[in-house]
Design a protein around this ligand. Structure first.
Ligand code: PMP
Ligand code: GLU
Length: 392
């Protein structure tokens, strides 16, 4: 009998499909893995070199739990130059990926009896992290035609006396939806008026096709942010998923509690990874160039993918993503014996064509599947051909 701490806990579906792909490839199967979302670009050389240099210089010991001062300062100036807001480095806690920053925030802010609103479709780890905190995720689906974005009216209809917070994610995984500044302002203003916590996961903030970056909660009036936590990191914008560097930014007093929690769970993030991250958050022109080049490629791929899907897989229903690197599309009109529901559909597709997608049920929508186009364009378009042939 295991502890109630993990009762009902599900392993990450995104990471599980990725692991299955590695296994099938090792058996010699021809697999097009469009499951886990991580940029298929190399970490910029200057960042990797900074990590290597730090090892050679002997920076291989424990680091301060909330991050080395150089990194917290670099992140503070990165956020300041992006948004123009004043950032206090004491509010920054560096962690092992954005995932740990989300965990720190949810575990600290929410507990038994607390409801937390999670917009559908959601990134698969939000409900699980909330369940680990023994809080209750309350899934709220935006109205049809709202472009997968919640409005104040949706929140108003969902709020109860037990509601303690909302998790926002823009650009969103898996829908690619991007909230405008006005939409973000309306939600955060509404939440602030009810003393609700906002956790704003902005890990895809730079991967935006409608502007140089997506609107951030830091663009809002600071008086609205007393109960807000920003989560971001190096994983996506800088192609550094394996380095495991994320961070949170919030009021310094709250950051001190994240620090205390993290001091008992993992301590500071890996030293070499932090030195590598200093190089990217230093925000020099070469950093901007590498992000811009990557976003340009993602955008081109998105355009080609959308065109190919419309032409070859007309049954698929989707909104065109404005950011991140996923296409979340409905396939329920293709369900039938042996492929009923998103899990069976993905298993059927993988078996028949070697294309690996993630079942939509992992994101709260069993009618859909997620394709990550963070893969070479030939593979992405090849996958569309295989899906089209299988459904013909
Ligand atoms: N938030 C979202 C929306 C994500 O898709 C991911 C996936 N990587 C994360 C957080 C976690 O990022 P990290 O790899 O830095 O832990
Ligand atoms: N966030 C990425 C995804 O959704 C990476 C895998 C994970 O951490 O879930 O695929």
């Amino acid at each position: 009998m295991l502890s109630e701490n993990v009762s009902g806990l599900e392993a990450s579906a995104t990471l599980a499909v990725a692991a299955l792909c590695r296994q099938l490839r090792a058996q010699g199967r021809d697999i097009l893995d469009l499951s886990a979302g991580e940029p298929d670009f190399r970490t910029p050389n200057f960042a990797a070199e900074a990590g290597i240099a730090s090892i050679e210089q002997g920076f291989t010991h424990y680091t301060p739990v909330p991050g080395i001062p150089q990194l917290r300062d670099a992140i503070a100036s990165y956020l300041e130059s992006a948004t123009g807001s004043r950032i206090d480095p004491a509010g920054i806690v560096v962690s092992n990926g954005a995932k740990q920053a989300l965990f720190n925030a949810c575990f600290t802010l929410f507990g038994p009896g607390d409801d937390v609103i999670v917009p559908v479709p959601y990134w698969t780890s939000y409900p699980e992290i909330l369940k680990l905190a023994r809080a209750t995720p309350v899934m709220v689906r935006p109205a049809d035609g709202a472009g997968d974005k919640l409005t104040v009216a949706d929140l108003q209809a969902a709020v109860t006396p037990a509601t303690r917070g909302i998790i926002l994610n823009s650009p969103a995984n898996p829908s690619g939806a991007v909230y405008s500044l006005e939409e973000l302002d309306a939600i955060v203003r509404w939440a602030a008026g009810r003393n609700l916590w906002i956790i704003s996961d902005e890990i895809y903030g730079r991967l935006c096709f409608t502007a140089e970056r997506a609107a951030s909660i830091l663009d809002l009036d600071p008086s609205l942010l007393e109960r807000a936590v920003l989560v971001d990191g190096a994983s996506k914008a800088f192609a550094m998923t394996g380095w495991r560097i994320g961070f949170s930014y919030c009021a310094p007093k709250l950051a001190a509690t994240f620090n205390a929690l993290q001091s008992h769970v993992t301590s500071g993030a890996a030293a070499a990874s932090q030195y590598a991250a200093v190089a990217v958050f230093a925000h020099e022109p070469r950093v901007q160039e590498s992000v811009t080049a990557m976003v340009r490629l993602f955008r081109r791929r998105r355009d080609h993918l959308v065109t190919a899907m419309r032409e070859h897989v007309p049954h698929a229903v989707f909104s065109v993503p404005d950011g991140a690197f996923y296409l979340f599309f409905r396939v329920d009109s293709c369900y039938g014996p042996g492929r009923n529901g998103s899990v069976e559909f993905c298993s059927w597709l993988l078996e028949k064509t070697g294309v690996a997608l993630v079942p939509g049920i992992a994101f709260g929508d069993d009618r859909a599947v997620r394709l990550s186009y963070a893969a070479p364009e030939a593979e992405v378009l090849g996958a569309v051909d295989r899906i089209a042939a299988a459904l013909r």
